[in-house]
Ligand binder design. Structure first.
Ligand SMILES: Nc1ncnc2c1ncn2[C@@H]1O[C@H](COP(=O)(O)OP(=O)(O)OP(=O)(O)O)[C@@H](O)[C@H]1O
Length: 521
């Protein structure tokens, strides 16, 4: 079983470009094989959905190549930790696709919208697989002339000059550009300081893919989402990573407002050509908050030409906005349609766990010990903006430092009393959680600690245990004891089960959010 999958992986490694292989395939594992059905475990639900919706034909072909047999594939989400793309030192084959070594697309995939917690609009180009006639590809891999390279919409671009290279490259003007010249990026906005959660997982994975293979996978790459949710952070992280991989690549990050101002200044000073030269002779252009171009017709026109010049030269373009292209008012259709050529991905407001993780990471980065109670207090009150979340924590830290006091819930309540006028949070106890959960599911309070295992009791009990672990500092053995003398492993199992299910089931997720609101109010 494992060896068939290993063989299949070798075939897939050749068929996918590296970032896509690393993101979607490498994290899977074979679970079972029965006649012609193979079960493949995926680390997360979104990986399962992504593989099911896009890569089944290629995986089947790889399995056939490995075992000389047709398999049906069943993906099973295991909901386990999934790191970002890891560098694999063994991965020394040239993984830049395949645009110069694969046959034409035989079956063109339709554009798809993946719904659920993560949504993305996908261009055929972003599959990273240039032929679904995979077996033919395996046979012909050495014989395919460059002319037969894949030509997805939009028309083919020349082989990218942005491939990851170990040696320095030269800019278009044939002069080495110093790394600092165009490097207007915040050093704190890097991948390792970005907390991954369900709300931003795809945006993060796609950003990594773009940074590892600029102009190869998603071009343009469009990230949208509400205020303070990490779009700029991800854009800077992409810029940093591209520069790390190749310091001589010219990366320009700019807000669309600054773009507009520079354009206007260049016109006023009678030198619009200098503006054009600046923006059309770069390798990676990151434009933040593109929604500000709405209604600015002249800037849109200029940006349109910049976009075309760069895209035709196979340079990477990354754009952010607070909304998807189709919702940007008065954006010219031709610009809108270009934004839709590549990958459009969104960042949603973070769930409670992600908010808690952001605060913990921030505290860790400041080498501060912030009690869990304080972290949960802040995270449960600021839901839609990570900038505000960080701001509240910084306020608490500053307050503690100015008053030379340790950080605790009383101090946090005092420091944040202007932001959270309701003052000190109610002390959340296991009894409160049990009461609210029992009331919601219309079961007796005693049932939560009884031995009964019928679903109508066991399920609310698991939810109550989950909430006790999330919202209180009570130890696992103590929670187990209060819920009828159960072992701490039962509590862990309940927590993990509900955690997994709430991410896959929007209805359960809403129920839990509603319960948390009531417990805290
Ligand atoms: N997932 C995350 N992990 C860690 N920090 C994050 C995350 N998301 C956002 N932040 C932090 O929140 C702050 C705001 O993020 P950022 O500026 O990237 O938001 P934005 O979406 O670009 O907002 P705006 O629409 O206002 O431009 C930054 O300090 C950023 O580091």
């Amino acid at each position: 079983m494992a060896s068939i999958w290993q063989q299949a992986l070798i075939h897939m490694k050749k068929a996918f470009i590296k970032p896509l292989f690393e993101t979607w395939i490498k994290s899977t594992m074979p679970l079972s094989i029965n006649d012609n059905v193979i079960e493949i475990g995926t680390p997360k639900q979104f990986v399962k959905e992504w593989l099911e919706s896009r890569y089944v034909p290629v995986i089947k072909a790889a399995l056939k190549a490995a075992a000389n047999k047709d398999f049906e594939i069943v993906f099973i989400n295991m909901d386990i930790e999934m790191d970002g793309i890891e560098e694999d030192p063994l991965f020394d084959i040239d993984v830049i696709p395949k645009a110069n070594s694969v046959p034409e697309i035989i079956v063109e995939e339709p554009e798809k919208n993946i719904s659920g917690p993560i949504s993305a609009t996908v261009h055929p180009e972003e599959t990273g697989i240039h032929s679904l006639d995979y077996l033919t590809y395996l046979d012909d891999i050495h014989d395919i002339p460059e002319a037969a390279a894949a030509s997805p919409e939009p028309p083919p671009a020349p082989k990218s000059s942005l491939q990851k290279e170990k040696r320095p490259v030269q800019s278009q003007q044939n002069t080495i550009i110093p790394a600092t010249e165009d490097f207007n990026l915040n050093p704190k906005y890097i991948f390792s300081t970005f907390v991954i959660g369900n709300s931003n997982r795809l945006a993060h994975a796609a950003s990594l893919a773009v940074s590892e293979a600029p102009a190869q996978v998603y071009n343009p790459f469009f990230i949208y989402g509400g205020v303070g949710l990490g779009k700029t952070h991800l854009m800077h992280a992409i810029g940093h990573r591209i520069k790390e991989n190749n310091p001589n690549i010219k990366v320009v990050y700019i807000s669309s407002e600054k773009f507009t101002n520079e354009l206007i200044n260049s016109i006023i000073s009678g030198n619009p050509e200098s503006f054009r030269q600046r923006y059309r002779n770069i390798d990676v252009l990151l434009v933040d908050d593109i929604q500000f171009l709405s209604k600015k017709e002249h800037t849109q026109e200029e940006f349109f030409h910049t976009f075309n010049t760069l895209h035709e030269a196979n340079k990477q373009i990354i754009i952010s906005s607070d909304r998807p292209p189709r919702e940007i008012q008065t954006l010219e259709d031709r610009l809108r349609s270009r934004f839709e050529w590549g990958l459009i991905t969104d960042i949603q407001p973070p769930d409670l766990e992600t908010r808690i993780a952001v605060l913990r990471k921030k505290a860790m980065m400041e080498s501060l010990n912030v009690p869990n109670e304080v972290v949960v207090y802040i995270a449960s009150r600021i839901e839609n903006n990570i900038r505000e979340l960080e701001g509240a924590l910084i306020r608490v830290i500053a307050y503690a430092s100015l008053n030379n006091q340790p950080i605790d819930i009383d101090l946090a309540t005092e420091a944040l009393k202007d932001i959270f006028p309701n003052g000190r949070p109610k002390q959340i106890t296991i009894e409160i959680i049990q009461e609210i959960v029992a009331g919601h599911f219309k079961i007796k309070l005693d049932d939560l600690s009884a031995k009964k295992r019928t679903r109508n009791v066991a399920y609310p009990r698991q939810i109550a245990m989950y909430l006790c672990r999330e919202l209180t500092e009570t130890s696992l053995p103590k929670i187990g004891e209060i819920f009828g003398g159960r072992d701490h492993t039962t509590v862990i199992h309940a927590h993990d089960k509900i955690d997994r299910e709430r991410h896959a089931d929007a209805k359960l997720n809403n129920t839990i959010k509603e319960l948390i609101k009531r417990i805290e109010s």
